[in-house]
Write a protein that binds this ligand. Structure first.
Ligand code: NAD
Length: 371
């Protein structure tokens, strides 16, 4: 069988390589049992790339990412590189990949799986059955806007500044991703989030999203909400949401908040997508939303589920392998229902296991489900 699905694997730093090892186990299983073969390449990013090449995202990594069908990313950063100047930090590795691959739409599901409903810090009845998708713009806004910098005011005070800036195309294309997603979900609702009350860019965001909605997606419900209210609502009544659409900055904050509502960073995957070309192919990168977790790196106790579920998103979004994606998601769910827990999601009465045992158990569930 020829491996026609080319994947670039970028484990990165900290727990990245540890949890990526468990995805390899899943890929081997797919190869063996589902006859789906992936051509895997491994590349350097983050601190590992700085140590080897002096740069957090070498050109070679970007070139290979562009040549592959999809990128599976681990996590970057750690205390070893914390002292480096801003322009050399490991975290710039992911920012460069997003920018160079044109990955403008970051999809972050926040789902509460039944076996983990008690892991949330919110009340069970508030989060049980939660299933929302946050679509965050990821190549524009204040993280990239110019001018940015440090200077001194005429009065001699030191000053720092960043710029929130969006053009209409940047807003419209990410809005389309959110509306298209909502159209396929039972709720069929997009909540677009900004600060139209105090920011010019927020008023503009609301206007452009409204135009796209009216012209192309009248069958989807659109609701506008201020970002601060959205944060509050996510804590009080998160189930009112279906798809949340937000700028880079607000999406960053709100998706972490939604993550907290689900219980653990170790469970949550994400996808970042570019625009489809004429053949329907798009650049795409998949990664857990957690970082490199330096506090537990090397101990073999990291939760591999977010990385494995990121691979399930890859199967769905880059290869249209919905059945295999669901199989993998089911296997994770069943493993948890069977009572296994890594330390981050440990509950009374459950069995505490490490990264490798969790990965093995998920593969065993895959075996049972596919039998
Ligand atoms: P973090 O997500 O790495 O860790 C936060 C807490 O969650 C830690 O206590 C950690 O042990 C725990 N945790 C995270 N993932 C886990 C998992 N899979 N299993 C069990 N526990 C898990 O965030 P942080 O501590 O703020 O950042 C650490 C480093 O990661 C920093 O250098 C930061 O810049 C970087 N970071 C990278 C990315 C990325 O690569 N995309 C994202 C966020 C943070």
């Amino acid at each position: 069988m020829t491996a026609n699905k080319r994947l670039l694997v970028l484990p990165g730093d900290g727990i990245g390589p540890e949890v990526m090892g468990e995805v390899r186990r899943v890929i081997e299983w797919m190869d063996r049992r589902r006859h789906v073969s992936f051509a895997l390449e491994e590349g350097l990013v983050g601190g590992a790339a700085i140590d080897a090449t002096g740069h957090p995202c070498p050109d070679k990594t970007v070139e290979r990412a562009m040549a592959c069908d999809a990128v599976l990313f681990g996590s970057v950063g750690g205390p070893k590189w914390d002292g480096l100047p801003f322009e050399q930090r490991p975290e710039l590795g992911i920012l460069r990949l997003r920018k160079d691959l044109g990955l403008f739409a970051n999809l972050r599901p926040a789902i509460v799986l039944d076996p983990l409903v008690d892991a949330s810090s919110l009340k069970k009845e508030v989060v049980q059955g939660l299933d929302i998708m946050i679509v965050r713009e990821s190549t524009g806004g204040i993280y990239f806007g110019e001018p940015r910098g440090l200077d001194t005011t005429p009065a001699g005070l030191r000053r720092a500044f960043d710029t929130e800036s969006y053009n209409e195309n940047e807003i419209a294309r990410v809005a389309r991703v959110a509306f298209e997603l909502a159209r396929k979900r039972p709720g069929k609702k997009v909540t677009s989030v900004e600060k139209a009350n105090v920011m010019q860019s927020g008023r503009f965001w609301r206007q452009i999203v409204g135009e796209v909605h009216k012209a192309e997606f009248p069958d989807v419900t659109l609701e506008n909400m201020y970002a601060d209210n959205c944060a509050m609502q996510l804590c009080m009544r998160p189930k009112q949401f279906d798809v949340i659409l937000a700028s880079n900055l607000f999406g960053d904050l709100l998706s972490d908040l939604a993550a907290a509502a689900t219980g653990s960073l170790g469970m949550l995957p994400s996808a970042t997508l570019g625009a489809p070309d004429e053949s329907g192919r798009r650049n795409a990168l998949y990664e857990p939303i957690h970082g490199s977790a330096p506090d537990i790196a090397g101990k073999g106790i990291a939760n591999p589920c977010a990385q494995i579920l990121s691979f399930a998103m890859l199967l769905r979004w880059s290869f249209g392998m919905e059945e295999d994606a669901q199989l993998l998601e089911q296997a994770v769910k069943k493993t948890l229902a069977g009572g296994l827990r890594t330390a981050d999601i440990m509950q009374p009465g459950a069995a505490r296991v490490g990264t490798g045992v969790m990965g093995e158990a998920i593969v065993r569930e895959l075996d049972k489900l596919a039998a």
